[in-house]
Design a protein around this ligand. Sequence first.
Ligand code: NAG
Ligand code: NAG
Ligand code: NAG
Ligand code: NAG
Ligand code: NAG
Length: 579
Amino acid sequence: MANTSISLSFLFVSALFLGHQVLELEASHHIFETYQTTPKVLHKALVNQAYRTGYHFQPPKHWINDPNGPMVYKGIYHLFYQYNPKGAVWGNIVWAHSTSRDLVNWTAQKQAIFPSQQQADINECWSGSATILPGGKPVILYTGVDSQEQQVQNLAMPKNLSDPHLTEWIKYPKNPLMKATPTNKINGSAFRDPTTAWQGPDNVWRVLIGSRVNKRGLAILYKSKDFKHWKLGEKPLHSAEGTGMWECPDFFPVKTNGNEGLDTSARGENVKYVLKNSLDDTKHDYYTVGTYDSVKDKYIPGKGMIEGDSGLRYDYGKFYASKTFFDSEKQRRVLWGWINESSSVEDDVQKGWSGVQAIPRHIWLDKSGKQLLQWPIKEIEKLRGNQVKWPSRILEGASQLEVVGVTAGQADIEVGFEINDLKNLEVLKEKQYDPQLLCSKNSASEKGEVGPFGFLTFASNDLREYTAVFYRIYKHQNKHKVLLCSDQSRSSLNKHNDKTTYGAFVDVDPANEQLSLRSLIDRSIVESFGGKGKAVITSRVYPTLAVDDQIKLFVFNNGTSKVKISYLNAWSMNKAQIN
Ligand SMILES: *[C@@H]1O[C@H](CO)[C@@H](O)[C@H](O)[C@H]1NC(C)=O
Ligand SMILES: *[C@@H]1O[C@H](CO)[C@@H](O)[C@H](O)[C@H]1NC(C)=O
Ligand SMILES: *[C@@H]1O[C@H](CO)[C@@H](O)[C@H](O)[C@H]1NC(C)=O
Ligand SMILES: *[C@@H]1O[C@H](CO)[C@@H](O)[C@H](O)[C@H]1NC(C)=O
Ligand SMILES: *[C@@H]1O[C@H](CO)[C@@H](O)[C@H](O)[C@H]1NC(C)=O
């Protein structure tokens, strides 16, 4: 749950009056009331809803953030999410709910969980997770904000298990089940986002709650025999100094061989564990791969794993508060994450909505054992329409080729690049580099030796606007080092947008394998998968010229060396039916 001073101050300064419509926020946050602005001239693309996505999950209006309690029940997928029923800014948070047969098309259901219990959630209903109990019965643990503004953990159960859409939820009357007390040293202002629970070899349930003590991030452990009485563990499952508050922890087993997923309680040989935390201070989801001692209830990150911001991330762009679930229908683990806006709060209010969910990703352990791989769920390919296919061809230095024949603003494109000549590489001399800084310094318009080459997405006719997603290959300590960038510096002429450039290193060697790049483009989103899912970067952009049928898509090379396109496949993407 992204409840931060940043969000609060944003709200404070933002206009909460839009014409005659008053967006009132919960009184307990003391942040609504007398702020007024005269509505400014509306940006045409905002009014036309040009930025509304075609196949990403978003409700018709208002604010959304964290995905909550994803699961599959009787063949129906469930997605709950943090939602403000009253406006396009954060506040009044409840659990909204949608269901689907394929993770692509969604039907809106009634709000599932909303404030009702004085002692447990009267102020708001924040993030949490679903657990499927033996016998197939789903339950939800979530964070409530109680009448004292304390964060506590609560239980909710479906009212009617014969209803596969689980439209109604009832709360356990004895909520809360976990709370700060004078003796347990828990900070009730930093105690939230229960994980999916898992059973140890002793059949006792375990769950993690995100927290912190000073600058140390914590995954607090609780245990229960009956899912109702929870006892604080002696120690957190894991903690890391200097990482700040851990939000939305996620803890799950992965197979060391193959891409099949495992139930959260699965154990055995050939199993490793992943612990993901969302860093409240920097808004990044980082993870480590390690082992889990279920007797001592201790998670041990693997050798070389880095804790915190410079560690591994699911996504090196905009992607936060993510959560996985085990898809027992398809034997895979699926990742959901929230993509927030890059626009100003005023623009969000005028659009009338804010936030979308990323395309669900299948995730599994890479055969190196050192990182996860991610790939858009297969089902999304059903939306592919008109296809463009290129035979292998050479992309000369300083050139660009337009991809004609697809709807450039709503597309799926994948290209394989081969580099035959790796002799003349730029050399990285320092011991360590921050990939994001490197991408910011060496943007698409900085010529290089091998690279930048990749896509110009959301490009305007005159190339005054484009979002470039590209590779650049360096030599570092006598090895090839592959950098993937999503460069937003020219994404929009609107100066109020956030245009941060993102970057990641991709663990591939272009001497031995092709460099693949796939981007899912969706009207204001570019989700890019480098190295067949080894590094992912999501960008949110709002061009002013490159909108609707004015959007173009190019493959470009701004390096000196030529690059071979060994294949190119691109598709127009159809609209999904969402809510
Ligand atoms: C429970 O759900 C089933 C299936 O939707 C429905 O037929 C039944 O009437 C529901 N029972 C109650 C008590 O609402
Ligand atoms: C409790 O958490 C809040 C919010 O993160 C923080 O401002 C406060 O300093 C914490 N208190 C202690 C004693 O750590
Ligand atoms: C959302 O976007 C803004 C600006 O684009 C960024 O600074 C902020 O950290 C983001 N928040 C979250 C929770 O991702
Ligand atoms: C979703 O809806 C679209 C539009 O009706 C349809 O073409 C598609 O087959 C449906 N399912 C999937 C998985 O795309
Ligand atoms: C390629 O580099 C040139 C020279 O730096 C620059 O003017 C041009 O804008 C670049 N092309 C792209 C697509 O950035």
